[in-house]
Design a protein around this ligand. Structure first.
Ligand code: AP5
Length: 211
């Protein structure tokens, strides 16, 4: 199954992508995590992306498309994959279609802006593997330590309130039009991302995906 998780920053894409990756046995490709790893490693892409991410702006389409093309060429993507946070411009979506990337379903997680702003203040991420947590809704078993890899949990720099507001503006103006793009292709399914617990949201996604 080839799935895109679409939604505003903080809608729960990464959290749910991780759950469904384990459940379906397919990898998650998170361009945000790949870019943060590149920043940590000090690569050319990382240097180019850092200021843009810290300011809540998007990284250029050609950089993102090169990352996606390279990652999808790995053997583990042969059976399927989950795209988390990509595409997020019409140009990226069109280019991926032109590259012959066929998508089965696009899960749009809908969460109101006010709920997102509140959520982001409690988010922690693993600085090693990128796994997302929340101090109340999804805490790690040991405080400050990742359940998966034992890495340190940190607050993302772009989760500052002013940056979250900027990211939401970018989302509404540049990424939200993708709902029409995939709706016209009959691929879009919309799931409320703030109704109930993480498990309730997972159950709603599973139902819509038929898995
Ligand atoms: P990226 O890392 O993709 O950030 P994002 O899309 O802004 O999404 P987030 O990771 O912030 O949120 P999420 O939806 O995954 O939510 P999460 O599951 O963590 O991208 C970062 C930056 O990289 C971008 O700003 C851009 O600069 C650049 N970039 C990346 N891809 C790009 C692209 N394609 N093109 C151009 N630039 C790109 O959940 C959030 C919190 O809520 C967590 O704490 C979680 O535990 C909690 N939570 C989740 N579900 C629930 C629930 N049901 N109830 C309560 N809490 C919940």
């Amino acid at each position: 199954m080839k799935i895109i998780f679409l939604g505003a920053p903080g809608a729960g894409k990464g959290t749910q992508a991780e759950i469904f990756s384990a459940r379906l046995g397919i990898p998650t490709i998170s361009t945000g995590n790949i870019l943060r790893a590149a920043i940590q490693a000090g690569t050319e892409v990382g240097l180019q992306a850092k200021a843009l991410i810290d300011a809540g702006q998007l990284v250029p389409d050609q950089v993102i498309l090169a990352i996606v093309k390279e990652r999808l060429s790995h053997d583990d993507c042969a059976k399927g994959f989950i795209l988390d946070g990509v595409p997020r411009t019409l140009a990226q979506a069109q280019a991926m279609e032109d590259m012959g990337i066929v998508i089965d379903r696009v899960v749009d997680l809908e969460v109101p802006d006010e709920a997102i702003i509140q959520r982001m203040s409690g988010r922690r991420v693993c600085e090693s593997c990128g796994a997302p947590y929340h101090v109340e809704a999804n805490p790690s078993k040991t405080e400050g330590i990742c359940d998966h890899c034992g890495g340190k949990l940190v607050t993302r720099k772009d989760d500052r309130a002013e940056t979250v507001k900027e990211r939401l503006e970018v989302y509404h103006s540049v990424t939200e039009p993708l709902k029409d793009f995939y709706g016209e292709r009959g691929l879009l399914c919309t799931v409320p991302g703030d109704k109930g617990s993480l498990e309730d949201v997972s159950a709603a996604i599973a139902k819509t995906l038929g898995v």
